[in-house]
Design a binder for this molecule. Sequence first.
Ligand SMILES: *[C@@H]1O[C@H](CO)[C@@H](O)[C@H](O)[C@H]1NC(C)=O
Ligand SMILES: *[C@@H]1O[C@H](CO)[C@@H](O)[C@H](O)[C@H]1NC(C)=O
Ligand SMILES: *[C@@H]1O[C@H](CO)[C@@H](O)[C@H](O)[C@H]1NC(C)=O
Length: 395
Amino acid sequence: MCIFIFAGFVPFLLLLSIEGSVGRPFYPLPSKNEVKHRKSLQTFRPYNIAHRGSNGELPEETTGAYMRAIEEGADFIETDILATKDGSLICFHDVTLDETTDIAKHKEFANRIKTYEVQGDNVTGWFIVDFTLAELKTLRVKQRYKFRDQKYNGKFSIITFEEFISIALDADRIVGIYPEIKNPVFINQRVKWADGKKFEDKFVETLLKYGYKGAYMSKEWQKQPVFIQSFAPTSLVYISNFTDSPKIFLIDDVTMPTQDTNQSYWDITSDKYLEFIKDYVVGIGPWKDTIVPVENNYLGPPTDLVAKAHAHDLQVHPYTYRNEQTFLHLDFHQDPYEEYSYWINKIGVDGLFTDFTGSLHNYQEWTAPSSKEDDGDASGLLHKIASMISSFKND
Ligand SMILES: *[C@@H]1O[C@H](CO)[C@@H](O)[C@H](O)[C@H]1NC(C)=O
Ligand SMILES: *[C@@H]1O[C@H](CO)[C@@H](O)[C@H](O)[C@H]1NC(C)=O
Ligand SMILES: *[C@@H]1O[C@H](CO)[C@@H](O)[C@H](O)[C@H]1NC(C)=O
């Protein structure tokens, strides 16, 4: 009991220390923390994938959101990788800064608004690709949705791919990473690297630099688990020459063609295509409403996509599970546990992208508890105590 109360307090103390020290990096690079016995990744139940961190609670893709997700039991922390004007890889979802930063308040950037074509649409805004990393670091991130907690707006800056990796490597147990090669067609059009390499090369180089390698479930993988994800099949096929890390092919809404090969949803979910792509990926990541189509906010009959993928030995990691009323379909009686139960027990998915890692973790610990034999918990607690003490020292 004591442990539960104590563990509950840690995130808040850590968050307080973050708020008080926005200017300095929170983690040394590369990871210097010596943790001898780190609890291993659970692999006996569907993966809890913290979508942009615990972004249901803290602004997405920030140190705070990722640390919170780790405290709450994420198996993987998920991120979208984009590139800056000067070629740095950063964690950010949109190609524009408008929705989730305070860019509009920065008068010095007022003349930087542009219009570019992105996946067939003309988009106007402040584009990541027009800013250097140093410029982006002067911005502060905010919550995307008005109905979520606004308390942490302005407390966190944009982080790099390397900073994200160090958060995972510094965790008190083994936590996987799940980075996306985001908008590769657009990024390769707009960002050029001096060595002539492209976005996908830089992405893989970063993973290799920090030791992410090895096939799914290999010893190397279990030490530093990673899933590489992309909506662009060409990128996944291309990088398979440079890394054997497991890859997940993301699948968009039925109306969206692929950004690189202009293939339809029906084409890329056909048996023929799954048979082709399975040589390069270990699974697919479809939007959940395409697996079980929704009408008038009620679920319709499930499609056979999960059965088809499993028949091709592909995992299925759908996105995105969100607790709020505005996202929960009426079948679930406003109860996110009912939604998790449906997808895990009835549809049989292998991983879930969620904005509320804590809820998914609690549900899974309740219905499929992890082994108590692992001594990781005890050493994890000691590490938490050490982190607390060092955070006090720094203040
Ligand atoms: C985007 O804007 C350009 C320039 O105005 C125009 O030529 C092009 O047709 C537009 N594209 C789309 C998809 O609307
Ligand atoms: C992978 O490497 C092989 C051998 O060098 C080459 O023939 C092939 O085109 C490469 N594949 C991609 C997708 O670049
Ligand atoms: C993509 O495919 C659609 C449907 O086949 C076609 O109408 C459209 O012109 C294609 N777009 C591009 C950019 O090739």
